[in-house]
Design a protein around this ligand. Structure first.
Ligand code: ADP
Ligand code: 5GP
Length: 206
């Protein structure tokens, strides 16, 4: 009898701009094969070094609005004057193939997904150890103009008010530690009774 591949699960991850989401996720994903990052679509301009289809699919407002009209997005939101959204088809493809999918998205979009997702999922909020440290990281990255940095810091205060919508809080004090904490959360989720149908069958548990 063919063994059914257990379906992957959704991991909703948010955190203020500059807290280290990209940095921690790069480490985490390099260390595990069972989990992938959903590549979002955005209307914001690429940063130096950004490649279309890698960090984001960079699209015009018109193209983005066509994706909304085509119902091609699992969720979308407007952040700092630009659209950001999650393409639906790729998420479904990965989950069906048994891969967990991380949605690295801001809180409005995350709350939309959490409200409508019909399967068990994991949600976590990544934070810098303090607002002062967040500001220092955002400035240190040196990718945004002063006005954009101020807007992102104001957005961070607002986003932190939504932390209780999430199941887990992960502090990114050190990159390795933060990645290890997320590994732990994923490993625990994989051990749920409801995710271990094949093992239960082998143990002849109905
Ligand atoms: P985000 O994706 O959340 O916007 P980034 O991953 O771009 O954030 O990180 C913002 C800046 O902070 C980068 O310059 C990155 O190198 C730095 N950074 C990330 N994590 C840490 C950490 N634990 N300690 C110190 N600096 C960090
Ligand atoms: P950045 O411009 O720094 O790459 O991203 C800005 C914000 O948009 C971040 O908080 C990031 O998590 C969020 N974001 C990225 N992709 C998506 C998406 O597909 N949907 C939503 N709702 N937010 C996203």
């Amino acid at each position: 009898m063919a063994i059914e591949v257990p379906r992957g699960f959704l991991i909703v991850l948010s955190g203020p701009s500059g807290c280290g989401k990209g940095t921690v996720l790069a480490k985490l994903l390099a260390e595990r094969e069972d989990t992938v990052l959903s590549v979002s679509v955005t209307t914001r301009s690429p940063r130096p070094g950004d490649q279309d289809g890698v960090q984001y699919y960079f699209r015009t407002h018109e193209q983005f609005e066509q994706m909304i009209a085509d119902d091609a997005l699992l969720e979308y939101a407007c952040y700092n004057g630009n659209y950001y959204g999650t393409p639906k088809a790729a998420v479904e493809e990965h989950l069906a193939a048994g891969r967990n999918v991380i949605l690295e998205i801001e809180v409005q979009g995350a709350e939309k997904v959490m409200a409508k997702w019909q399967e068990p999922y994991v949600s976590l909020f990544l934070a810098a150890p303090s607002l002062l440290e967040l500001e220092s990281r955002l400035r240190g990255r040196d990718t945004e103009k002063e006005e954009d940095i101020r807007n992102r810091l104001a957005a961070a205060r607002e986003e932190l008010q939504h932390v209780s919508s999430y199941q887990y809080l992960v502090v990114n004090d050190e990159i390795d530690l933060a990645a290890a904490r997320i590994h732990t959360i994923i490993e625990a989720e994989k051990l749920r009774i409801t995710r271990n149908k094949n093992t239960l069958e082998a143990l002849e548990v109905c």
